[in-house]
Design a protein around this ligand. Structure first.
Ligand SMILES: Cc1ncc(COP(=O)(O)O)c(C=O)c1O
Length: 437
């Protein structure tokens, strides 16, 4: 086929002009590898965008989607249902902490976040506290790109263009990243639990009776891999509980095995009130997302409605038949292949290989949890982000896909990764760092 015209597509979160002058085009994917349009094999060090947890091109998922497309392409999601939407909800609920078994389907992480924020407002209204409307996010948080998500999110370039249109009544906790205290921590860092007490300051400022919810990523990925300090999330849970504030864990990245368990909540033994999901829920084979909700929140919202529709919210494609087929096939693979335990068992080797980069030129931090690692490079004084951008491009040229945010390289491979591929990832990064000024 002829090479396509690149001018029509406006690419998301991409340096469009730069990309189009030197495109990175992918043509096929199987297992741990992408194939580029010119036939090169690229080891997938990022599970696509933190989402292809079971590896690419899984036959069971492909078959389930194809079969479903032939049988029923679409079913309306309002006032109608199809059996697999209920089966998929049950399958997702089984992966969630005890009692968080009411599942609302969306199509993306951004939609899951906005859905969860609206559920928090609906819950307090139903519970007789309609004045609880304030939402608390965290600096450096990434919660997708809806107006709700960027308002509670804390990544300034994502906010500043739209600053006058952000939701009112939002405040932010400080982020937990500290090179001074935590550089080169293995797993959860020791320093930083006290930062959760900043919520007490926010409560004192606004009064708890005005605050609906706090939303955080248990492990923040997109902002450059920030690992929760030991005890931090436990404290956040205690303070939110004390003040009747709902706690939303945005587990769009962390759920479905990334940290070696079904959820970060499960790994840490902390139960939030709502969990947002997407990405690994369907192995990214069909866009899908969900919100898992504590039963009493769901029940309170339903009970408060006189009759008819209880929650005026939903998407044309909520529980799309192709998505529910992909979700069930994906969750089957996770269970049958025990992939979360596999991720846990690989995480020691992964940690050692990542931390072997300590001491390399430009490396000012290595941090990791489960099958995620962040390698923070010292920024060039005149061009923040440029060093990591160069490393990213050179890794790609050397047959490895990584991600970068600012000057942090992020690694988050599919959970099917082999030990030799772990070595390949970090050896490639190491070699590339040798070539960068
Ligand atoms: C924690 C978190 N929340 C929300 C999102 C947004 O998901 P989506 O891009 O599917 O809208 C992401 C995407 O990376 C994410 O990491």
């Amino acid at each position: 086929m002829n090479r396509p015209d690149l001018s029509n597509l406006w690419m998301p979160f991409t340096a469009n002009r730069q990309f189009k002058s030197s495109p990175r085009l992918l043509a096929a994917a199987s297992g741990m590898y992408y194939t580029t349009h010119d036939g090169r094999q690229i080891l997938d060090g990022t599970a696509g965008l933190w989402c292809v947890n079971a590896g690419h091109g899984r036959k069971e998922i492909v078959d389930a989607i194809s079969k479903q497309a032939a049988q029923m392409d679409y079913a309306p999601s309002f006032q109608m249902g199809h059996e697999d939407s209920f089966r998929a909800a049950t399958a997702v609920a089984r992966q969630m902490p005890q009692g968080m078994d009411r599942i609302f389907f969306t199509n993306s992480g951004s939609e899951s976040v906005d859905t969860a924020l609206k559920m928090a407002l609906a819950y307090h209204r139903a519970n007789g506290e309609p004045q609880r409307t304030r939402l608390i996010g965290r600096e450096r948080g990434y919660h997708g790109v809806g107006f709700g998500g960027i308002s509670v999110g804390g990544i300034s370039p994502n906010r500043k263009t739209f600053s006058s249109a952000l939701l009112p009544g939002v405040d932010h906790l400080p982020h937990t990243h500290s090179l001074e205290h935590n550089a080169f921590s293995r797993g959860q860092p020791e320093w930083g639990a006290h930062l959760a007490d900043e919520l007490e300051r926010i409560v004192a400022l606004h009064d708890a009776s005005t605050i609906a919810a706090v939303i955080v990523e248990p492990m923040a990925g997109s902002t450059g891999v920030l690992i929760p300090p030991k005890g931090y999330l436990e404290r956040l849970r205690a303070v939110t509980e004390k003040h009747g504030i709902l706690l939303i864990f945005d587990e769009v990245i962390t759920a479905f095995g990334r940290l070696g368990t079904s959820t970060a909540s499960d790994m840490l033994g902390i139960k939030p009130d709502l969990i947002t999901l997407a990405k690994g829920i369907s192995n990214a084979a069909v866009p899908a997302g969900a919100v898992a909700v504590q039963r009493n929140i769901h029940d309170t919202i339903l009970a408060a409605a006189a009759t008819g529709i209880e929650f005026f919210h939903g998407y044309t494609y909520s529980a799309h038949p192709l998505a529910t087929a992909a979700i069930m096939a994906t969750l089957d693979i996770y269970e049958r292949e025990d992939l979360f335990a596999r991720a846990a068992s690989m995480s020691g080797r992964f940690e050692d290989a990542a931390h072997a980069l300590a001491g390399k030129r430009h490396v000012q931090d290595v941090r990791n949890l489960g099958l995620v690692a962040g390698i923070e490079l010292e920024p060039r004084p005149d061009a923040p982000g440029a060093r990591a951008a160069e490393a990213f491009q050179k890794c790609f040229d050397e047959g490895l896909m990584v991600r970068y945010t600012g000057d942090t390289l992020a690694v988050s491979p599919p959970l099917i990764i082999e030990e030799s591929q772990i070595d390949q990832i970090f050896d490639t990064i190491s070699n590339v760092l040798d070539t960068i000024d």
